[in-house]
Design a protein around this ligand. Structure first.
Ligand SMILES: Nc1ncnc2c1ncn2[C@@H]1O[C@H](COP(=O)(O)OP(=O)(O)O)[C@@H](O)[C@H]1O
Ligand SMILES: [Mg+2]
Length: 340
């Protein structure tokens, strides 16, 4: 049964449900329900692990096509030379090794939904062919002469900034406009920490069922550590952390010691904090905070910039500035700033 009555959970029969009651996720779910009413294409964006594939599956499940096939193809995982045949199929003898006719993903998804996962990784030549198929609703298998007509709803995902990939020439603008009838953007997990308890609860239920252990919850201190984490791998990473915790957990409650090393070191004595001595200059504090945040974000400067609420450009400018020999101590850097 498919029910979308509550916006904090869109359940799709026995498929895993989309969880989240933060305002951002409620908005996403409302958009998904609207998209499901129409056969038009949609582009789903968001960092890795934010739930893009889950959104695509949910759209299919909520649509009138729910009983027809759902096919997903990862455009980044398949070598360029095989991709055309993967999408459009081939006839026997179309190329060396093609010893029989093979249906492509489009044909397999006929009547249903096709997900083109990581569309921005598709090579330009193939993007042109794809656009033609989308516009004409028909295709010819590789090495074939017959045109097959198609009725496929196409969804696409990317973890890149789509507009930027269009500007860079990675994604053809005409293909982008053809696909981007609707857009769903999934915010990173660190921007919706309100969703953590619900997600954790769902993953606990899932893993204590598979692991034959009854784990009922997570203690408050442990939840605080998870709330403070930047989650570069988003919901996928959270799911893995909870799975691991369920395996190592001794009692019925997940505790701090069940978390991986990088979480356990948090706290006033650990890596999650640093001390500032009164009498320190702002410049010095800034420098230390930037450097520690970069470490905290696993060396990812873009992520560090997001955590600090500044642009990546600013981080690089600061690092350049710190690398200048005359800015070894804070007072020099400061006086230079005032001179500008
Ligand atoms: N809102 C959510 N509710 C429940 N599970 C989620 C949610 N978002 C992501 N997940 C789970 O996290 C994992 C990663 O999701 P996925 O859709 O593969 O992310 P992406 O395609 O953006 O990398 C999957 O196991 C998925 O089921
Ligand atoms: Mg994915």
């Amino acid at each position: 049964m498919i029910s979308a009555a509550h916006h904090n959970e869109v359940a799709c029969g026995d498929q895993s449900a989309m969880i989240g009651r933060s305002p951002a996720m409620r908005a996403v779910m409302a958009t998904i329900e609207r998209i499901a009413q129409s056969p038009a294409s949609a582009v789903i964006t968001g960092e890795s692990g934010t739930g893009k594939e889950l959104v695509a599956r949910t759209i299919h499940q909520l649509s009138a096509r729910r009983d027809a096939p759902y096919v997903a193809v990862n455009c980044a995982a398949i070598p360029e030379s095989l991709m055309e045949s993967e999408l459009f199929g081939h006839e026997r003898g179309a190329f060396t090794g093609a010893d029989r006719r093979q249906e492509g993903c489009f044909e397999m998804a006929n009547g249903g939904t096709l997900l083109l996962d990581e569309i921005t990784e598709m090579k330009a030549g193939l993007q042109a062919k794809l656009l033609r198929v989308l516009e004409e609703h028909r295709l010819r298998r590789v090495g074939g002469s017959v045109e097959l007509s198609l009725d496929v709803r196409v969804l696409a995902t990317t973890n890149r900034n789509v507009e930027q990939t269009v500007r860079e020439g990675r994604l053809r603008p005409d293909l982008y406009y053809r696909l981007n009838i609707f857009t769903v953007h999934l915010p990173p997990l660190r921007e919706r920490v309100e969703d953590l308890p619900m997600l954790i609860e769902a993953f606990l239920r899932q893993f204590s069922r598979t692991g034959a252990k009854e784990i009922t919850g997570i203690d408050e201190a442990c939840l605080d550590l998870l709330r403070a984490h930047p989650w570069p791998g988003n919901v996928r990473q959270l799911r893995n952390v909870i799975e691991r915790a369920c395996i190592v957990c001794q009692g019925g409650l997940i505790r701090k010691q069940d978390l991986p090393e990088e979480f356990r070191n948090c706290g006033p004595q650990g890596n999650g904090y640093f001390m500032v001595r009164l009498g320190t200059s702002l410049t010095e504090v800034e420098r230390e905070l930037i450097s520690r945040t970069i470490d905290y974000a696993g060396g990812n400067k873009t992520r560090a910039a997001q955590i600090l609420g500044v642009s990546t450009r600013t981080i690089y400018n600061k690092l350049d500035q710190y690398a200048q020999p005359d800015s070894q101590d804070g007072t020099h850097a400061h006086s230079r700033e005032t001179l500008n």
